[in-house]
Design a protein around this ligand. Structure first.
Ligand SMILES: *Cc1c(COP(=O)(O)O)cnc(C)c1O
Length: 234
């Protein structure tokens, strides 16, 4: 469907109800942990979702979205940006250096800084483009060989290098726990690494576990299917 097709009332109602439900669960988890719910930023992960569900979320007033592919985001978000000037777009997927320039143009926050070469590229482009994006460093908390992210034992040195050598605006850490693991220990581990490095923000928690992530200090939760429904792969 195109962005101008009429929105079905049932899609609008479903996405609105899901957003309200996720906000309520975040608020409860935050209060139970003696945290302020306003300190948790809900990133609606819109990757692979049909256009009408995203329009429904925009209609419901939601303005913070996450995408994991630069190219997909480029096809979708510039048009919405014209209409909604207060949009905030987060890149939550792996970033290739040859896509970094496009990513900096489109996104407001990068969650997946994970290697020196990307740090060097971002530093150079931020300078050249006169635009500095807050960055999260992705930590591979499960040390999974196939997964992106800095290994835990390399985290302190990489964080230091990003700050001192590359002068990047590092705001926090991000993780995606192994699918087969209980997530809470990974969230606690990420929070430890952040704390000893003086980093305040934690990007952790997805549809299945965002309440636990909030209990353990998440400041950004990345929630897709619990807001939009199952992703539709064509
Ligand atoms: C897809 C994705 C999410 C959202 O996943 P859901 O289970 O649909 O909430 C969160 N974080 C990252 C990095 C993702 O790629």
């Amino acid at each position: 469907m195109t962005d101008t097709a009429p929105l079905s009332p049932s899609v609008i109602a479903a996405v609105r109800a899901n957003l309200a439900d996720v906000h309520a669960k975040i608020a409860r988890a935050a209060k139970d942990a003696d945290r302020n719910p306003a300190d948790v930023n809900l990133i609606a992960v819109s990757k692979v979702q049909p256009a009408d569900r995203i329009l429904a979320a925009l209609h419901a007033g939601h303005r913070v979205y996450g995408e994991n592919r630069v190219q997909e985001a480029e096809g979708r978000w510039p048009a919405h940006r014209e209409q909604y000037t207060d949009l905030q777009l987060h890149l939550i997927g792996p970033l290739q250096t040859n896509k970094a320039r496009s990513a900096i143009q489109l996104f407001d926050v990068i969650h997946t800084l994970d290697r020196p070469r990307l740090a060097a590229t971002l530093a150079r482009l931020f300078d050249e483009m006169g635009r500095q994006l807050p960055c999260f460093i992705e930590i591979n908390t499960g040390s999974e060989p196939q997964k992106a992210g800095v290994l835990p034992e390399d985290a302190d040195a990489f964080i230091k290098a990003c700050r001192e050598d590359y002068q990047l605006p590092i705001v926090g850490l991000m993780c995606i726990p192994p699918a087969e693991d209980v997530p809470a220990p990974h969230f606690a581990f990420l929070a430890d690494i952040a704390k000893r490095n003086g980093l305040e923000r934690l990007s952790m928690g997805m549809s299945a576990d965002y309440a636990q992530a909030v209990a353990l200090g998440a400041t950004e939760v990345r929630v897709g299917s619990a807001i939009f429904g199952d992703r539709v792969y064509s």
